[in-house]
Ligand binder design. Structure first.
Ligand SMILES: [Zn+2]
Length: 428
């Protein structure tokens, strides 16, 4: 058994529970006990790790295309259509499976260093992405892409591959990721949803990210994107809509009715000027929401600390109300709330029975002063602290980041490799 002692444990629940002077026990990769040190069971044979800072749940990034670290910052300042046609697509056309694996390894190590232990991925070559995650020691939900591009086979073949991939294991869960209603034919989306429901796979799809996408589909079909998905039997089961920025009351009502979850990506939505999602309204309706970074070419980082803070800032600004999203709720959206959004109740909170995905945040910093009540630690985590304060990360009780550096991969080597590959993909 492993025992961790910490200044405090931030549970990652909606109420923002913080346990001061805490003990957390891990048995076989799972949390077996959490609580105040004074109440801890005896553990004479435990291997004890005494942490001076706070222990938080590993964050869950609900929407990512992490291998796009290869394209970070490229095409800066271009409008979306030119960015896609002149910068992204020519590069992606040259991508090899090995590029994806190297980039995913680098990105996964970066996420672990930022305290993100699980990410939901939608990108090419899912098997190579899984290999990368196995190397870094992270977890992922890797969705098989469904998209009409040369070289990826027919839609039927792509759906068949998603089924053959199975559910995965405790490290990598597989899902299915049809890109969107504006890039994938509606009958294919219907078939993908059938496959997902039949095999209990997470289905993730971009929804109502931009005004233009919705206007075009509305003109063609007379329905909003959410209504179109509902009418084509895409909703129901484990469905996660990425972005969901342009949603009217009826759309939100559909999400509530079908229990569709939302991957909220304010970093991407602000950078690409997509809009501000109705986060408060979603939460008030009981819609499950988790934070996402989106791809590192449209954020441009994989740092959920920044996104959760931005979520709180934008929710408050949108509602003109400083109570529109509390610090506790913001942190929950990247931890317990995010785990619930992807239907993974084994992740996201530091409570007995869940997986021991842990992050140690250094509190010996002026950003953590003052602390009157212990809940100030959570307030500081959201408002004044960032991923730069993450010291150590464990996944299933295994330390994968120690004192700010990966214990599993050589980050300098990966950085150099990504640079060379990125230049080749850019045609330079
Ligand atoms: Zn995306």
């Amino acid at each position: 058994m492993q025992r961790f002692t910490a200044r405090a444990v931030v549970v990652g629940d909606r109420a923002g529970t913080v346990v001061p002077d805490a003990v957390l026990d891990v048995d076989d990769g799972l949390i077996s006990w959490v609580g105040p040190a004074a109440d801890a069971p005896s553990a004479a044979d435990a291997e004890v790790t005494a942490l001076p800072g706070v222990l938080t749940p590993g964050m869950v990034n609900t929407h990512s295309h992490a291998p796009m670290v290869l394209f970070r910052g490229q095409g800066e300042g271009l409008p979306l259509d030119r960015w896609l046609t002149e910068v992204m697509w020519p590069r992606e056309a040259r991508l090899t499976p090995e590029d994806v694996e190297v980039a995913m390894t680098a990105a996964s190590a970066e996420m672990l260093r930022h305290g993100v232990t699980t990410s939901v991925e939608m990108y090419f070559h899912p098997d190579r992405m899984a290999a990368a995650v196995h190397r870094t020691g992270a977890r992922a939900v890797i969705t098989h892409p469904v998209i009409g591009l040369p070289g990826f086979g027919s839609f039927d073949e792509q759906l068949a591959r998603a089924v053959e991939g199975g559910r995965g294991d405790e490290v990598v869960e597989y899902g299915i990721g049809p890109h969107s209603a504006y890039t994938v034919p509606l009958p294919v989306l219907t078939a993908a949803a059938e496959v997902a429901r039949a095999h209990d796979l997470l289905l993730t799809v971009h929804v109502a990210e931009t005004v233009a996408e919705g206007a075009e589909l509305l003109a063609t079909h007379g329905l909003s994107v959410p209504a179109l998905l509902a009418s084509h039997d895409v909703l129901g089961g484990r469905v996660l809509g990425a972005h969901c920025v342009h949603m009217d009351d009826g759309d939100l009502e559909l999400w509530r009715e079908y229990d569709v979850a939302v991957a909220h990506c304010p970093g991407s939505n602000t950078k690409l000027a997509s809009g501000t999602a109705r986060l408060r309204d979603m939460l008030d309706l009981g819609i499950r929401v988790g934070m996402g970074t989106d791809g590192p070419a449209s954020n441009d980082n994989l740092d959920l600390f920044e996104d959760l803070r931005l979520a709180a800032q934008l929710a408050r600004l949108r509602e003109r109300d400083a109570t529109a999203l509390t610090a506790a709720e913001a942190f929950w959206l990247a931890t317990g709330g995010a785990a619930a959004a992807i239907g993974r109740e084994d992740l996201g909170q530091l409570v007995a029975g869940r997986r021991a995905d842990l992050v140690h945040v250094d509190t010996e910093d002026i950003a953590f002063v003052p602390v009157g009540d212990v809940t100030d630690l959570l307030t500081h985590l959201v408002w004044s602290v960032g991923s730069r304060h993450v010291r150590d990360t464990w996944v299933g009780g295994r330390r994968v980041v120690a004192d700010g550096a990966s214990t599993t991969v050589d980050e300098a080597e990966l950085r150099a490799d990504v640079q060379v590959r990125a230049m080749r993909l850019a045609g330079r």
